[in-house]
Ligand binder design. Structure first.
Ligand SMILES: Cc1cc2nc3c(=O)[nH]c(=O)nc-3n(C[C@H](O)[C@H](O)[C@H](O)COP(=O)(O)O)c2cc1C
Ligand SMILES: [Mn+2]
Length: 503
């Protein structure tokens, strides 16, 4: 991770290895053998998707297509499609390093004594540097196209799956401002390209962008929107991160980078956009306007049906002279977004633990597509604790969508599917241990009785206590004695038993 494009920061607090822009990240990936350039001519209609899908399913590299039919712009995909690349993207060495780094900022005890106070100063100085900073001129505005010059069909937007309604911009950073507070939100919401200058705007009901749009609609006002396509990887990631409304995604990106995101005022709307972005679309969404969007092969592994969504009118395109089009595909798991989901899970776990302190670990298997299955282990302290945990999860941000939560005792290794199945199924009396609730569900859930409203299930797979009405004896697990294990360890070579898979 020491590519020359990176600026090494060695502070104890937030100074990181920041990638200035997408090219710097592509360069670092290439240097690490994590990127393959493809010079063969390929079509953005289904072909790139099929190549990217095969690649991600086999743990392959990031891909840069430099010869895309119908466009002069190269296509980058699967940049986040492995744990290693995602950590690189976020300038995080390991998740334990991240936990340690956050701990300082989350620790509520003020430094005691002069020495530790002095030691804390540089951390706060660094923290002051992570706020976005405004710049006056920017690479993302090297070329400015307005009016008739706007033509989205010049972009190499992918058609991903056979039944898709058309090409979809899949990794756009949709930047909007709240009509009341003026605060900026960044969210990744897919955009179906309808024609040269209009797209769909697929912000789902519960998302911050949609919330802000409701504010404009109530006032009957036109909403300005800017969309950045392709930026430094921390900024791209921040658009996916489920931050509480009002908390700045650009600030999260700055914290990850150890350096504030440079923002430049957009040319035709009153929104600041990442100066180092590849391509920026500027325009508006009109109150009340809706258009059929989809179907779209979605991250559930099924096609999301067509439905009515707001329309984005693009009035200006600004870009670099030689931009790269950053995209991704979603579909049957595992896909690139699964790695982004894993990063979200690991990044936010220390924060979640601060409000739901009994949580020891949390794991969202990729087949559960984020909202269908969460495994969580807790340090159980009181009767009904597992159920309290479920309700706390259902009451927290986008975790409200979790269709199935399975709660385990703290020692259960959540990432071992065999242990998880064995433990969960032996520990439950279904009628007693399943908690069914109704409430909001993910808009992409097609099985719920109504769109966005359905039921959720919590499974209490913890060991049951007397205080919970369990009067029988709970058996011990079978474990060999340590002494015998040591004796057999010593004996083992002489036994000459060759086990498959053993060295
Ligand atoms: C590749 C990808 C595509 C996504 N597409 C959408 C989408 O079309 N609509 C949506 O509401 N959320 C979509 N999301 C999820 C949001 O980006 C995510 O929920 C984010 O937290 C939203 O930001 P917000 O909390 O500021 O609303 C997508 C995520 C990824 C990784
Ligand atoms: Mn947000």
């Amino acid at each position: 991770m020491d590519a020359p494009a990176l600026r090494a920061g060695r502070g104890v607090g937030v100074a990181r290895l920041a990638y200035r822009d997408l090219s710097a990240f592509l360069g670092a990936l290439e240097k690490e053998g994590e990127l393959v350039r493809i010079r063969e001519r390929v079509s953005p209609v289904l072909e790139i998707a099929e190549i990217a899908d095969r690649s991600v399913k086999a743990g392959g590299p990031a891909l840069l297509f430099t010869n895309v039919a119908g466009s002069s712009i190269p296509v980058a995909i699967n940049l986040f499609a492995s744990r290693r690349r995602t950590l690189m993207a976020l300038s995080i060495e390991s998740w334990s390093e991240w936990d340690a780094r956050l701990e300082f900022f989350l620790d509520p005890t003020p430094p005691e004594g002069l020495l530790s106070k002095l030691k804390a100063i540089p951390k706060f100085t660094e923290l002051a540097q992570v706020f976005p900073k405004t710049v006056r001129s920017a690479p993302c505005q090297e070329v400015v196209e307005t009016g008739d010059a706007v033509d989205l069909t010049k972009l190499p937007v992918l058609t991903c799956w056979p039944q898709d309604a058309g090409p979809f911009i899949t990794l756009p950073l949709v930047i909007t401002r709240d009509p009341a507070s003026g605060k900026t939100n960044v969210g990744v919401y897919r955009m179906q390209v309808f024609d040269r200058n209009t797209t769909g705007m697929h912000w789902q009901k519960h998302k911050d962008g949609a919330g802000q749009a409701r504010g404009y609609e109530r006032q009957g006002r036109r909403m300005e929107v800017a969309v950045a396509i392709g930026a430094d990887p921390a900024t791209v990631f921040s658009g996916v991160a489920p931050l509480p409304p009002g908390l700045s995604e650009f600030l999260l990106a700055g914290f990850l980078r150890g350096e504030g995101v440079p923002l430049v005022p957009a040319k035709t709307v009153d929104i600041a956009v990442p100066a180092e972005a590849e391509i920026v679309l500027e325009g508006f969404v009109d109150p009340g306007e809706r258009r059929r969007e989809g179907p779209f092969g979605d991250h559930t592994g099924f096609y999301s049906l067509d439905d009515d969504f707001p329309v984005f009118h693009v009035t200006a395109v600004t870009r670099r002279k030689e931009p790269v089009y950053l995209t991704t595909i979603v579909g049957r798991p595992p896909m690139e977004d699964g790695f982004l989901g894993e990063a979200v899970e690991r990044l936010f776990l220390p924060l979640i633990k601060k409000t739901i302190p009994e949580i020891v670990d949390m794991y969202l298997p990729v087949e559960g597509i984020f909202h269908n299955l969460m495994l969580v282990s807790i340090d159980k302290r009181f009767p009904g604790h597992a159920r309290k945990t479920m309700h706390a999860i259902w009451g927290t941000g986008q975790m409200m969508f979790t269709k199935t939560i399975v709660v385990f005792d703290k020692e259960v290794p959540l990432r071992n599917p065999r242990e998880v199945l064995w433990r969960a199924l032996t520990a439950i009396d279904p009628e007693r241990d399943i908690e069914l609730v109704r409430g909001p569900v993910d808009e992409l859930d097609f099985a719920s009785r109504l769109p966005c409203y359905g039921s959720k299930m919590g499974i209490d797979a913890t060991r049951k206590w007397k205080e919970e009405g369990f009067e029988r004896r709970w058996p011990d697990e079978i474990l060999m004695s340590e002494e015998v294990k040591r004796r057999v360890d010593a004996l083992w070579p002489a036994l000459k038993i060759r086990l498959p898979g053993a060295p």
